[in-house]
Design a protein around this ligand. Structure first.
Ligand SMILES: NC(=O)c1ccc[n+]([C@@H]2O[C@H](COP(=O)([O-])OP(=O)(O)OC[C@H]3O[C@@H](n4cnc5c(N)ncnc54)[C@H](O)[C@@H]3O)[C@@H](O)[C@H]2O)c1
Ligand SMILES: [Zn+2]
Ligand SMILES: [Zn+2]
Length: 430
């Protein structure tokens, strides 16, 4: 089968690899009809998340159709249409039963951390979902069934992006009427606008430095701040009567960038400190011109988050920070009596409810998909997404049975189009 394979930092390829097979009685095999590229995948190619193994199939977001189940999978059968949660969890241990699927004791060795598809060895070393077929462990909880009313274009956003945004809003302890800042307007930050509102936010402010991503946030009627034009902390204070926001959702992570210009541009001393941070976090970098470039201010989004929240407020961190990140403005957070919550999303906890919300029309995630890419140009799509080019906010990968762009999945489907094109991505896709 075809799959996107990680070879080295700065080197991913579309390869032919063996089809996956059932290895454990609880496994299922899923034929992928739609997959997607995530900001998390970029960390592996930029070198800011370590411990990847050559040959690893990438990807942790997918929708598909079950083709085979192991003898212990009692709740699915071939032909079922499903969305796959990004993190892998057993559903049986005390952590899973309490809803902390990302800290499952059986998918990982105890104290081992989160397991997810297409990630580092320390995150389970499992092959991922940017492929024609995937093996899903613990399929009884590792698959969520989809109703006819939720098409691929909607469902692909429920694999990781919306559950993470929902989780981020929960971490931030958003309450009725709260003023919320979302730092980062990638797919997760964009999805957090709706999730924050659904959880009660009164006002939503979004910070990023990319014009078309800020446009997309403005189209969702968030108040936007461009960190290349304004100092985001000063701008938030101005918008909030000098108090700061009640809650922050940080949706940037380790590849945070410094402003290119404007009043928040870093001083020489700060630039030096950020260079040191980046080189300590990502000793192995392999940029290709302006592609696969590690973030040049790893702790900046976290610093801004701590500075723009009101004293006594809460910051929920969903932007990913790998273990080697040691820089955090602890003293500033301490002196403001902040509550800080963070981590990997417990996807399985939120996906069934989000599927219902989409099915009932309460939530429509499709406007966030700005590009569909077919299998043949998937590496190019990765590169364009990596450079945050205009119109490439969330990239879905549609495959038809010939491995080409499925009808209606062309690159022009465009922002804000509630496309049902994913439904044509193969039998069972509707
Ligand atoms: N916790 C989880 O379970 C989980 C799940 C999915 C994604 N993530 C993480 O969430 C983060 C966002 O994911 P995404 O897919 O939206 O990624 P993305 O790379 O598309 O988005 C990141 C955005 O942050 C912006 N940005 C860069 N520096 C900034 C700064 N200093 N201040 C404000 N914005 C800045 C970028 O311009 C970009 O729009 C990533 O770190 C990803 O790994 C975490
Ligand atoms: Zn993801
Ligand atoms: Zn478990």
């Amino acid at each position: 089968m075809k799959a996107v394979v990680w070879h080295a930092v700065g080197d991913i390829r579309l390869d032919d690899v063996p089809d996956p097979s059932i290895q454990d009685p609880h496994d299922a095999i899923v034929r992928i009809t739609t997959s997607a590229i995530c900001g998390t995948d970029l960390h592996f190619v930029r070198g800011t998340m370590p411990d990847m193994k050559e040959g690893r199939v990438l990807g942790h977001e997918a929708v598909g159709v079950v083709t085979e189940v192991g003898p212990e999978v009692r709740n699915f059968r071939p032909g079922d249409r499903v969305v796959i949660p990004s993190t892998v969890a057993c559903g049986t241990c005390s952590y899973c039963r309490a809803g902390y699927y990302a800290q499952c004791d059986n998918a990982n060795p105890p104290r081992g951390g989160t397991v997810f598809f297409g990630g580092p060895q320390s995150a389970g070393g499992l092959d991922g979902l940017q492929a024609e077929y995937a093996r899903v462990p613990f399929a009884h909880v590792g698959l969520v069934p989809l109703p006819e009313t939720v098409d691929d274009a909607q469902a692909i956003m429920l694999s990781d992006i919306y559950p993470t945004a929902w989780f981020g809003a929960r971490l931030a302890e958003i309450g009725s009427g709260d003023t919320v800042a979302i730092v980062g307007a990638g797919p997760v930050g964009q999805a957090a606008v709706a999730c924050a509102r659904l959880q009660g936010a009164g006002r939503v402010i979004v910070v990023d430095g990319v014009a078309d991503r800020l446009d997309l946030a403005r189209r969702q009627h968030a108040e936007v701040i461009d960190f290349n034009r304004e100092d985001p902390v000063e701008a938030v204070l101005e918008l909030t009567g000098g108090i700061g926001v009640d809650r922050v959702i940080e949706a940037v992570g380790v590849d945070a960038q410094r402003p290119a210009h404007g009043p928040a541009a870093v001083t020489d001393e700060e630039a030096h400190r950020f260079d040191e941070e980046r080189d300590a976090i990502a000793p192995d970098q392999n940029p290709d011109g302006d592609t696969w470039v590690a973030g040049d201010a790893p702790s900046l989004a976290a610093r801004w988050s701590v500075r723009m929240v009101a004293k006594g407020g809460t910051v929920g961190f969903v932007g990913v920070y790998p273990p080697q990140v040691q820089q955090f403005p602890f003293g500033e957070a301490f002196m403001k009596n902040l509550t800080l919550r963070m981590g990997n999303c417990n996807h399985r906890r939120y996906i069934p409810r989000l599927v219902s919300m989409v099915g009932s029309g309460e939530l429509d995630p499709t406007p966030l998909i700005t590009r569909w890419a077919g299998e043949r140009d998937v590496i190019d799509a990765y590169r364009t997404f990596d450079r945050r080019e205009a119109g490439w906010t969330k990239v879905a990968l549609g495959l038809d049975e010939h491995g080409a762009v499925a009808p209606g999945l062309g690159t022009g489907s465009g922002t804000g189009t509630a496309t049902t094109a994913g439904g044509r991505a193969g039998p069972g896709g509707a």
